[in-house]
Write a protein that binds this ligand. Structure first.
Ligand SMILES: NC(=O)c1ccc[n+]([C@@H]2O[C@H](COP(=O)([O-])OP(=O)(O)OC[C@H]3O[C@@H](n4cnc5c(N)ncnc54)[C@H](O)[C@@H]3O)[C@@H](O)[C@H]2O)c1
Length: 338
């Protein structure tokens, strides 16, 4: 196989990030795009010089397609992933892997039957800062993790929800600030901290309760497998999108990820030891800059049969389990084991 043939399903806001990465990679070429909105599919096909469909089934059945990228509303992820796998294609799914745990398990079943690869877009794991923090924790140089803090204070207005049709509804988005905006932070917290075994948390809607049925604010205490404790707060009710803050309190040092930088606090000194090197991005800054890297690693994983370069469904499910536990804890007041 010379280059992987790619189909992108969904030509909305994240679409160009994927299409630019596919067309910019030496390992792939864009065969086709699909969107139920004809004008979006057509415009993308004109921009990227590829075929276009309005029925995603036609895209996954296209013989020239090896890999399908799923960039659609959350409620469609599992169904589309299963269909693409059963058609013999590899699948890259935008976050969240699915809305419900059961759907993620269905993707795993289809993956096992089809013997194809599935990856999930948690691109922030591949930020230089996240990679360096993970390396320092795993090597033991900063000692055991004692605590993990994650703070997301962002802004989403009425237009954001009303213009999209699928956002703000449990059936189609699957939740609010938890499953959409702060899922990257939840994933990084559990990945860096070493896995979460129990959660006590609460969700609420502070603004736009007349527009959305999902939560715009959530907080939780996370109990990690290794005995560490985490605190998490996320809201869409701020007035701007502030940089996300993640702090890992380790025995010998404190690691702080903030505004594209990694700081290490040790013996009274604070040093910045990694940063994303600034640089312009034509996309929304809070999407980060690592989509192309993740996509390249996914293709390398497929071509070299190397699972290590791929964020698996199982790994991506951890964040879904934590979110599910926060909802259950919020409605019962109980500590929920994962
Ligand atoms: N990784 C990140 O940082 C990041 C950033 C933004 C969005 N996302 C994720 O990407 C996905 C898409 O988000 P978005 O902001 O681009 O949404 P969007 O609403 O802008 O685009 C979704 C597109 O899917 C199309 N669509 C809907 N039903 C379809 C169907 N049955 N067949 C084909 N196309 C269909 C819509 O017409 C629309 O063009 C979501 O899962 C979102 O959470 C991830």
């Amino acid at each position: 196989m010379d280059k992987l043939g790619v189909a992108i399903i969904g030509c909305g806001s994240i679409h160009n990030v994927h299409a630019d990465a596919v067309t910019g990679s030496k390992l792939s070429h864009l065969v086709c795009v699909a969107d139920i909105q004809r004008d979006k599919a057509y415009t993308s096909a004109q921009n990227y010089n590829c075929k276009w469909y309005t029925d995603y089934i036609d895209a996954i059945k296209d013989d020239a397609v090896d890999v399908v990228h799923i960039c659609t509303p959350h409620y469609l992820h599992a169904e589309m992933a299963v269909q693409a796998l059963l058609a013999g294609k590899h699948v890259l799914i935008e976050k969240p892997v699915s809305i419900h745990i059961k759907e993620a398990e269905e993707i795993i079943d289809a993956r096992e039957k089809s013997r194809r690869y599935v990856g999930v877009c948690f691109q922030n794991r591949f930020n230089k800062t996240s990679q360096k923090a993970k390396e320092m924790i795993d090597s033991g140089v900063v000692g055991a993790v004692k605590g993990v803090k994650g703070i997301v204070t962002w802004f989403r207005d009425e237009d954001y929800y009303t213009k999209s049709g699928w956002r703000g509804r449990f059936a189609t988005e699957g939740g609010g600030v938890l499953i959409n905006q702060s899922i990257h932070t939840i994933d990084l917290m559990q990945w860096l901290g070493g896995g979460v075994e129990a959660v006590r948390g609460s969700v609420s809607t502070h603004l736009l309760g007349n527009v959305i049925e999902v939560e715009d604010t959530a907080h939780a205490t996370l109990f990690f497998n290794n005995g560490a404790r985490g605190v998490f707060y996320a809201t869409n009710c701020y007035t701007t999108n502030s940089p996300v803050e993640i702090e890992i309190d380790c025995e010998k040092a404190k690691l702080r990820l903030y505004d594209e930088k990694l700081y290490v606090e040790q013996d009274g000194y604070c040093n910045c030891i990694a940063n994303e090197n600034g640089g312009e991005t034509s996309y929304k800054s809070y999407w980060g800059k690592s989509h192309a890297d993740l996509i390249q690693r996914f293709y390398n994983g497929i071509l070299n049969e190397d699972l290590g370069s791929i964020i698996s469904v199982e790994e991506a499910m951890e964040s879904i389990k934590i979110i599910d536990a926060i909802y259950k804890s919020s409605s019962t007041g109980n500590l929920i084991h994962i």
